[in-house]
Design a protein around this ligand. Structure first.
Ligand SMILES: [Fe+2]
Length: 242
């Protein structure tokens, strides 16, 4: 029997819904098999999440599409039912802004989350600025989706000026920060950037971006970080209203 990595006394999340994770086994760099997948899910549940919107990578490296993702999702759901694990699990995707994504967007082969509003989670290169972000955002919106930029704090070419973030927000993009960024998981520059976004009220969603156990350890630490409550003080967080 698979047990959660954390016990139920660790219930510490201030939101019920997580909108970013890699929990479907074997289709990206997240859960490596079904046992690990179940363990991560049980751990997130123990931390207080009632609903998990899992978001496998779609990129040149992980050539997923709706079909590959939905097949994996169906198997995972069946496994959860069989093991009598009660958790609301939904699926979307995390699209890397490349030609594969643009082709899927043109075909309408896109997985989103939300109800009336169709939120599309996308990510950029960590090192090189996108060539034409404005036209990409335009295409996403034209197709009827609301763009949500995953972990904006992790893009190093945005770190030198908050105005760069403002420009992106002004294009109609929502921001989803990774909670473990506040705990210094990535780098001090990323932690500094996430602080700026938080105190400037620029955060719309928070996500765990869980791939493996290491992320859960830092997630748990993030819940007791002083910055965690500030996220809710300075920002209108949309996690629970989707
Ligand atoms: Fe991710």
């Amino acid at each position: 029997m698979v047990l959660p990595f954390f016990s139920f006394k660790d219930k510490q999340s201030l939101v019920d819904v997580d909108i970013h994770s890699h929990l479907i086994p074997k289709i990206d760099d997240g859960a490596k098999d079904i046992e690990r997948s179940i363990e991560l899910i049980l751990s997130l549940k123990a931390m207080g999440y009632n609903k998990l919107i899992t978001t496998p990578h779609v990129s040149d490296m992980f050539l997923n599409n709706s079909q590959t993702i939905l097949e994996g999702y169906k198997k995972l759901k069946e496994e959860l039912v069989q093991r009598k694990i009660e958790i609301d699990i939904e699926v979307a995707a995390e699209y890397y802004a490349d030609e594969h994504f643009e082709a899927l967007l043109a075909q309408g082969d896109i997985l989103t989350f939300g109800g009336k509003e169709k939120y599309l989670l996308f990510e950029l290169s960590y090192f090189s600025p996108p060539l034409d972000l404005e036209s990409l955002i335009y295409d996403i919106k034209l197709a009827g989706y609301r763009p949500v930029l995953a972990h904006p704090e992790r893009y190093m070419y945005l770190h030198d000026s908050i105005d760069k973030y403002r420009d992106i927000k002004n294009m109609g993009v929502l921001f989803q920060i990774n909670l473990i960024s506040i705990d210094g998981y990535y780098s001090s520059e990323v932690t500094q950037a996430v602080k700026e976004l938080i105190v400037n009220g620029m955060v719309d969603f928070i996500g765990s971006d869980t791939h493996h156990r290491q992320h859960l350890k830092h997630l748990k630490k993030s819940f007791s970080n002083g910055l965690y409550k500030k996220i809710f003080k300075y920002n209108k967080i949309l996690n629970n209203i989707i």
